[in-house]
Design a protein. Structure first.
Length: 303
């Protein structure tokens, strides 16, 4: 029970952070200049009386606190209301957009983690200066090249010049770009951690027994790096949220990022709030889960 207490504490703190993010997002949406009624008025020529009637019907004339309490009670039950612009349930719109975002995020995660750990293990086993140079170059890439700029260059080269991929709707380029960026963020840290693990006594004993470098790296070195691997995987997952939203907009993918941007342009606040809530809860859940697992795997974190 005592060992589970830090995990419960981490979960409670994560829940509090998610609630705070959602509350801030709600109030920021309410203080933004203009609302969906103004947009509909400009598009449909509503009179002032009609706009006032519509605001009352949508509850936008009520106190902000009361609006937040009502919206929060509905959201806890999975009801995010209806889109004012499209007159569709917001939850249904999220269900249609989420698979694209998940496919992009999981594909990028697989590429990033696989590339980072593959390069780090190979460099540790072979002790190759070429691989160390590749790791340094990938690390510099992730620092110096924004994913948005890389995406624009990728569209110009692979879609416009070479014609290999469509400009709109391609998942290949976004997955590769985000995966390379995520791999560059963590590969150097993984390499350094594995290099320290190689110096441990049991690893030196395994080397003295004549075991192959690959077996030493996979069986004796990699398990030692499990805690840092878990933390870095959580870092990659957290970074994927922002990266996928940007790539969705750039490549015209119908995911949560595109849905959120269109809702912001149209002041469709139910959709904006639902999308922000899903993203915020996903981020907090990832960080909280990683923190809890890290505490279970490595008790030194708690101490």
């Amino acid at each position: 029970m005592r060992r589970l207490l830090p995990v419960v504490t981490a979960l409670a703190a994560g829940l509090a952070r998610a609630l705070a993010i959602v509350a801030v997002a709600f109030f920021l949406c309410r203080v933004m200049p203009g609302d969906v009624v103004d947009v509909l008025g400009l598009e449909g020529g509503l009179t002032d009386a009609q706009q006032a009637e519509l605001r009352a019907a949508l509850g936008l004339d009520r106190p902000v606190i009361a609006q937040f309490v009502d919206w929060g009670a509905q959201a806890l039950g999975g009801d995010f209301g209806r889109s004012v612009r499209f007159d569709r349930p917001v939850a249904e719109m999220l269900v249609h957009a989420a698979p694209v975002t998940l496919e992009l995020a999981l594909g990028s995660f697989g590429v990033g983690i696989g590339l980072a750990f593959g390069l780090a293990i190979a460099a540790t086993s072979l002790r190759s200066r070429v691989l160390d140079a590749v790791i340094d170059a990938l690390n510099v890439w992730s620092i110096a090249v924004p994913t948005f700029c890389a995406g624009v260059v990728g569209i110009i080269v692979f879609s416009l010049w070479l014609g290999w991929l469509p400009v709109i709707g391609s998942l290949v380029l976004p997955i590769l770009i985000i995966g390379l960026d995520n791999a560059g963020q963590i590969v150097k840290l993984v390499r350094e951690d594995l290099a320290e693990a190689v110096m441990l006594p049991h690893v030196r004993t395994a080397r003295a027994k004549g075991l192959s470098p690959w077996r030493i790296a996979l069986v004796h070195v990699l398990p030692v790096a499990a805690p840092i691997a878990l933390v870095l995987s959580g870092l990659v997952l957290s970074g994927l949220v922002a990266g996928t939203l940007t790539m969705e907009i750039l490549f015209g993918l119908p995911g949560i990022g595109s849905l959120m941007l269109n809702a912001v342009h149209g002041r469709d606040l139910p959709v904006v709030l639902a999308a922000v809530t899903v993203v915020a809860v996903a981020l907090v859940a990832i960080n909280t889960l990683v923190d809890a697992l890290h505490r279970l795997i490595d008790p030194r974190v708690t101490r």
